[in-house]
Design a binder for this molecule. Structure first.
Ligand code: ADP
Ligand code: MG
Length: 636
């Protein structure tokens, strides 16, 4: 047997890093600015704890394009490096100075916001540069150093004459990467990745109105007033906001601050968010952020890439799948956590313990916020319900933990504009809407206009009718029926109201058995049996003579299938079947039976059937035309 070491030398790792370390070349700028930020934050920390007497001042980071020289400069005023440190931190690939610093200053530096930790970021510069220079002067009393490397494992290191503290990285942009010499491209990257980083980042200058200057109003000889032109001054163009709202304490923020930050995040969004949730934990994981509920309405296909993920104020991605529970990806805002492992597959991410905890923390926070909004200002919460219900209902369906908590804030609106919690609804209707088998029947409509006559029928019995019109309501109903005890939902047009909530009292039929048989035969001749199941019912004589209904079960299955889930194809391809309920106690039915003239009898039945179809919106095309023609003839 032979044993040996696999030989990994810099020669063969270097091209690998260049090629495969990051699939996205553009992130080199994020990495270099992160290093510049770290260098500045480290210096800040050292001055804070009194390790050095140097003046921290107001350091910034500057990005400069030298188009002619095909160079990009990243300049910081951080702690810099001595020649020995360059040897140590730069020449050793995958040795992270950031980790070393955090190790050394363990407790005090925990919250310093230092970004780096793999020790690979710097080399991403070679993805876009054919040569990289570092000119750096340490805060310590040591000569400046100048390191140069053209992407081969060879480098040169010499002294330099830089006198001010800090580091300048110079990228000689490669021929295939000249896009990074364009102003607009660099600005785009800065705004994408660095918009909220903690150290001010300067990119060129801009003209602004001089705040010291107040324009005078000049009145000319005709009495016409003109305003003097505002004096302009040139200032650094700072592209970032180093103190974004999410890094502050909720107590220090007002409603307006949250709204302003929302518009800072989404400059193209003109609508105000409905409310926000400020996330803030540091144990057992570190996470801050602000989530916003936008106005959502009925749309399930709302854009889901609106939440941005940051790590220590550095933008990482807008794909938060796996970190935020699915139903909350409809929200907007930011999440900042250094504890989310990156560069790993999504499936790994979902299995990660810390990430699972984060996801359930967010769910809990959202539920708590909803509960407190409901408790503190119910009226306002009710007013917003229609715009947020999609998220809540979707959450109730997909997250059991959220479902358990939802009884505290989920609302059930009625057609009369009242909003009940489940418990309130239960107490309100249990006496009147419990059927003879002791089951509580919750009536609802999906469309107030289309199901108007059925709603009226229910109201005449003093029943409450809920207005449940979101696209996933059939799924939600199913879920409620299976978790709450002994309840059943029934859409008002599912059957005659007396059949929806069956009570003991049986109305006696005016027709004897022989008459019923005659009526049935008569109806069978005229009514197409492949479309309607005829059902004779002895109902209140004031109820409509003919009523068309669709069985709750079948309709709901079809709906559930249309909105996904279920996985059953059978119902989709099933022909539309309806119940036709004929009220044997109605005067019209008596008249149909009593009529001797065959033609007239036929016409009465057809007309009644058409009226029933009309009230369900089922009368269309040629049949509708015939109906109208026939009706005119009848009123002549
Ligand atoms: P990481 O940031 O993960 O530690 P990098 O490869 O990005 O790894 O950087 C390696 C090290 O080089 C840093 O940890 C730091 O010690 C040093 N370094 C890089 N850029 C600078 C800079 N602008 N100023 C001071 N030190 C720097
Ligand atoms: Mg780094």
């Amino acid at each position: 047997m032979t044993k040996g070491n696999i030989n990994v030398s810099v020669e063969n790792i270097f091209p690998l890093i260049k090629k495969f370390l990051y699939s996205d070349h553009e992130i080199f700028l994020r990495e270099l600015i992160s290093n510049a930020t770290d260098a500045t934050l480290k210096l800040k920390h050292l001055t804070n704890i009194g390790e050095t007497k140097v003046e921290y001042g107001h350091p910034k980071i500057e990005i400069k394009i030298d188009k002619e020289g095909k160079k990009l400069h990243i300049i910081d005023q951080g702690l810099g490096m001595t020649a020995e440190e360059v040897e140590k931190y730069i020449n050793q690939i995958a040795f992270s100075g950031a980790e070393e610093f955090l190790d050394k200053y363990k407790d005090s530096a925990k919250d310093s916001g230092i970004i780096g930790h793999f020790g690979l970021g710097f080399y991403s510069a070679f993805m876009v540069a054919k040569k990289v220079e570092i000119i750096t002067k340490s805060y310590k009393d040591a000569p400046a150093a100048h390191w140069t490397c053209d992407g081969s494992p060879e480098f040169s290191l010499e002294t330099a004459d830089k006198t001010d503290r800090g580091t300048e990285i110079i990228l000689h942009i490669a021929d295939d990467s000249t896009e990074f010499l364009e102003d607009s491209r660099i600005r785009e990257l800065l705004l994408k990745y660095n918009k909220f980083m903690p150290i001010p980042i300067k990119f060129g200058t801009k003209e602004i109105n001089d705040p010291e200057f107040t324009p005078k109003t000049i009145t000319d000889k005709d009495g016409k007033e003109t305003k003097e032109e505002h004096k302009k001054i040139t200032v650094d163009d700072i592209i970032n906001n180093p103190n974004p709202a999410w890094t502050k304490q909720p107590a220090d923020l007002e409603d307006k601050d949250y709204k302003d930050f929302y518009h800072e995040l989404y400059p193209m969004q003109f609508e105000e968010p409905l409310f926000n949730i400020h996330l803030n934990v540091d144990y057992p994981f570190n996470l801050t952020g602000i989530l916003y509920f936008p106005k959502m309405g009925q749309d399930m296909n709302i854009q889901k890439d609106k939440i941005q993920l940051y790590q220590n104020q550095v933008y990482v991605t807008d794909n938060v799948e796996g970190i935020v529970p699915e139903f909350l990806t409809m929200l907007r805002g930011v999440i900042d956590s250094p504890d989310i492992p990156l560069n790993v597959s999504r499936s790994y991410l979902q299995a990660d313990g810390a990430v699972k905890k984060i996801s359930s923390y967010i769910t809990r926070k959202v539920a708590d916020k909803l509960k407190s909004l409901f408790n503190n200002n119910r009226e306002e919460f009710e007013a917003k319900w229609n715009d947020i219900k999609i998220v809540i209902e979707y959450g109730m369906l997909s997250e059991d933990k959220f479902f358990e908590k939802s009884d505290d804030f989920a609302l059930y609106p009625t057609v009369d504009g009242k909003y009940y919690t489940y418990e309130e609804l239960f107490n309100k209707i249990k006496a009147n809407q419990t059927d003879k088998d002791g089951k509580l029947i919750i009536l609802y409509t999906s469309d107030k206009e289309a199901q108007h006559s059925y709603i009226e029928a229910a109201k005449s019995k003093n029943y409450e009718v809920l207005l449940l019109d979101s696209p996933i309501v059939s799924h939600l109903i199913q879920k409620l029926e299976s978790t709450k005890e002994n309840i059943s939902f029934a859409r008002v047009d599912g059957d005659h109201i007396d059949n929806l909530i069956k009570k003991e009292e049986n109305t006696i039929s005016k027709l004897d058995e022989a008459q019923q048989k005659t009526l049935e035969d008569l109806l069978k001749e005229i009514i197409p049996s492949e479309k309607f199941m005829v059902q004779l019912e002895a109902m209140d004589s004031a109820a409509n003579p003919f009523i068309i209904t669709q069985p709750e079960f079948m309709r709901r299955m079809k709906e559930m299938q249309a909105t996904g889930g279920g996985g059953i194809n059978m119902f989709g391809s099933m022909p539309e079947m309806y119940n036709l309920i004929v009220n044997t106690n109605s005067d019209l039915v008596s008249e149909i039976l009593a009529t001797k003239a065959k033609k007239k009898q036929e016409r009465l039945i057809t007309q009644s059937l058409d009226l029933a179809r009309l009230s369900q919106g089922l009368l269309k095309g040629e049949e509708l035309t015939n109906f109208i023609k026939r009706s005119y003839e009848m009123i002549k």
